[in-house]
Design a protein around this ligand. Sequence first.
Ligand SMILES: [Zn+2]
Ligand SMILES: [Zn+2]
Length: 331
Amino acid sequence: MRAMVFHKAYGPLRLEEVAEPEPGPGEVLIRVEACGVCRTDLHIVDGDLTEPKVPLILGHEIVGRIAELGPQTGGPQTEGLEIGQRVGVPWLGATCGHCRYCREGQENLCDAPEFTGYTRNGGFAEACAADARYVFPLGGGDPVALAPLLCAGLIGYRSYRMAGAGRTIGLYGFGAAAHILTQLAVWQGRKVFALTKPGDSEAQEFARSLGAAWAGGSDETPPELLDAAILFAPAGSLVPAALKAVRKGGRVVCGGIHMSDIPAFPYADLWGERHILSVANLTRQDGEEFLPLAAGAGVVTEHRAYALEKANQALEDMRQGRLQGAAVLVP
Ligand SMILES: [Zn+2]
Ligand SMILES: [Zn+2]
């Protein structure tokens, strides 16, 4: 099969002909229809995340159809998966099932996890193998439009849950995750304030078109105090900025897997029971909640499709902030 393969940080992904994976025990082989490109992929390529398996096929927003069931596939958690069925494969590729986090409903924090497109091969390819217990059944529709829901949507949703039930929410960094979340939050009657790269009037216009009550630069102060702020931009300097924008008791949620260092700030800015927290990975329950919710809210993803071999171009467009919404590869 054709795949875009990562060999080392800073180097481009290379288009290669590789052997199609054999689904192992408990795995399914999936024919990839579309795979989203996530900022985490960029962090791997740029060497910010330092422990990828090598060589590696990136990609953890996979939409595809089951082509083969591996041996011992079955049991309560994989019951109902069949050949031809459409599924989604997210970042959480597998967990140990017995550490304290797995036992206590926090499998996103598992001590021995596997991650799709990081510690196991992902979807920048014509096919991939996935642990059947961690795939989500998906309905019909355009696979390219569905792909961004698998990470931007899911991690965005987990961040949103962690932000609490407040009515006013600030979103710092208006990329794939924020554009999905805005639609969900507005549908739920919340007020969204979008904070983009200063001067990015196109992104601000995009945010307003999706229902944001206000959009401005991240160097500005939103017109109302926020109940919560969610940071999707990987800039640590936004943490103290967001702390100043939230009310007493408000939350600042860091939604990315990597961020530049957070500069020092006065304790007074944290005082008043403001919280700073990070969101790590996802649980299967997040997917089970979010995917029907996104469908119910009528979330429409803005996406740009690229041929598989254009993966480096898609990553570069994301790095340069040239994308409105999400980039999706189509093999
Ligand atoms: Zn991701
Ligand atoms: Zn575990």
